[in-house]
Design a protein around this ligand. Structure first.
Ligand code: BDR
Ligand code: CA
Length: 318
């Protein structure tokens, strides 16, 4: 069975990514690497353990990643993140703390060890900044060739960014790390705003989770309604919230959900377009293209899979 690692800044759509993974019998979630972004690292790890408990999977371990980009000394949560995800990252919904603690092994070592153990059977899905995987590649560059696949949520190729006209949030947190990953030669699928802003969820669907009558269903519904409400302010024309992070998990489970362009990509790290994801002119004529960039998505099929898997998980949990 395919092994999966999620690397999360947990976050509402990160929580939906955990739910999608746990609701997918085709994959085994072998651990969560924590990162910063929507919340601070410690809050994200707290959320990971509390959420996996609530969803009936207390066996899932969470590993502490790096607390900030390597080019910075620290990280502060931006006001807009708290507006979209809540102060606690999960829509300001209160759920019990887990009795468990994060692991002592650093996420970077956990990722490297997992590649050594599972090789091509391992898929790594980062849905926050690329800081941890860049550090892992610096420590053990050979993992670029050994890993099965990296399916990341981040970037934008054919549409504008969401933090600036050229940059998407996960990439803009640490453009240098993303550039290291893009140019590493690792097999990467980029699930960017090109496709994630086509997969939208509405109150009608979250209502189905609430009707289940379970604590997990009520939590997912209340949390996601907070996110949909924020989208009514930040992107009123969309008519729902973007399912960014769960789409990356969906593609990790079933790559046929998207159509992709084979490309060698880079991230601009200098000048006014810092954080832009774009084709790498220096590798334009390389016969081997190491990245696939999603430019189309089977929206109906993804939404069906998303609702079926997460509803079943929430029905079976407490
Ligand atoms: C990405 O940024 C974060 O706020 C979300 O969790 C998602 O990973 C979307 O740009
Ligand atoms: Ca995220």
């Amino acid at each position: 069975m395919k092994k999966l690692i999620l690397d999360l800044d947990t976050g509402i759509d990160d929580t939906l990514a955990i739910s999608y993974a746990l609701g997918s019998p085709e994959v085994e979630l072998i651990g969560i690497a924590g990162t910063y972004g929507n919340v601070q690292l410690a809050q994200g790890l707290r959320n990971d353990l509390a959420i996996t408990d609530l969803l009936g999977h207390p066996e899932i371990k969470a590993y502490p990643g790096l607390t900030h980009a390597s080019t910075k000394d620290s990280f502060s949560v931006q006001k807009v993140s708290a507006f979209i995800h809540g102060e606690n990252g999960i829509g300001d919904v209160t759920i019990p703390d887990s009795k468990r603690s994060p692991e002592t092994e650093p996420a970077v070592d956990f990722i490297i060890d997992a590649v050594k153990t599972y090789g091509k059977d391992l898929t790594y899905v980062p849905t926050g900044p690329m800081t941890n995987i860049a550090a892992a590649l610096r420590k053990a560059p050979e993992i670029a060739q050994q890993i099965g696949r990296i399916v990341l949520m981040g970037g934008a190729l054919t549409v504008c960014g969401n933090v600036s006209p050229w940059s998407e949030a996960n990439i803009s947190q640490d453009p240098d790390a993303a550039n290291e990953l893009f140019r590493s030669g690792a097999p990467v699928t980029m699930i960017g705003l090109d496709v994630t802003l086509q997969t939208l969820l509405t109150y009608r669907q979250t209502g189905r989770w609430r009707e289940l009558g379970t604590t997990a269903g009520a939590f997912l519904a209340d949390m996601t309604d907070f996110y949909i409400k924020a989208y009514e302010t930040t992107a009123p024309k969309l008519g729902g919230c973007g399912l960014h992070d769960p789409l990356a998990v969906g593609v990790a489970v079933d790559p046929t959900l998207v159509t992709t362009l084979p490309m060698n990509m880079k991230v601009d790290v200098e000048g006014p377009t810092r954080g832009r994801t774009i084709g790498d002119n220096d590798r334009l004529n390389d016969p081997v293209k190491t990245m696939q960039v999603a430019v189309g998505v089977d929206v109906d099929r993804f939404l069906h899979e998303f609702m079926t898997r997460i509803t079943a998980l929430a029905a079976a949990a407490q």
